[in-house]
Design a protein around this ligand. Structure first.
Ligand SMILES: [Fe+2]
Length: 192
């Protein structure tokens, strides 16, 4: 296993590994991951470490890919006023925590039955503030987008698997168009 220099990150990975080994029922499992990520997002030394990370669109830092449980931990650094496209994470689960800055999360519901290829009708279901320390669970197939609300923001993701090996849907709210050609962001392995 990789050695980590930030103590809270080492504890975070150890706690996640212990938690994944329990193989709890789905809801309980992801609620547990949310709690573990909340603890990391409260850590000042981790926040300091993240200040070294450059903000670059289209990139996710790969902080950990678990050799036994396959979960993935990423870092997303948002430039000021960043507005992500509306997208889903296909069949995967994600727990998304704000380590620094203020974000706003938009969650959508798909109204059509998917019978017209390339078209989708979405309705905004919820819009919630995600200040530093806030942690959300993004279940499979739920369209959403995250916005940075001011200065640079940093989010930590815990994903059920490493992105890149599967197609994700993207949605254009203005034209009603959708496509599944997106395969995740460019991953950059980054030591913590
Ligand atoms: Fe997302």
């Amino acid at each position: 296993m990789t050695e980590y220099t930030v103590p809270a990150f080492k504890t975070f990975i150890d706690d996640l590994r212990d938690h994944f080994a329990k193989e709890l029922p789905e809801t309980e499992h992801w609620e547990g991951v949310r709690g573990i990520l909340k603890t990391l997002c409260a850590d000042e030394q981790m926040r300091e470490k993240s200040k070294e990370w450059p903000a670059k669109r289209g990139v996710e830092l790969q902080l950990h890919h678990d050799p036994d449980h396959d979960f993935f931990v990423g870092g997303l650094i948002r430039q000021p006023k960043h507005q992500a496209n509306v997208h889903d994470h296909a069949h995967t689960w994600t727990v998304y925590g704000v380590l620094e800055g203020d974000e706003r999360t938009h969650v959508y519901k798909r109204l059509d039955d998917g019978s017209t290829p390339g078209k989708a009708t979405l309705e905004l279901l919820a819009q919630s503030e995600a200040p530093t320390g806030h942690v959300d669970i993004v279940p499979p197939w739920v369209p959403h987008s995250e916005w940075g609300m001011g200065e640079r923001s940093v989010a930590i993701t815990v994903r059920s698997q490493r992105p890149g090996g599967y197609s994700q849907n993207r949605f254009n709210l203005e034209t009603g168009e959708t496509n599944n050609s997106h395969r995740g962001l460019e991953l950059i392995p980054t030591p913590v």
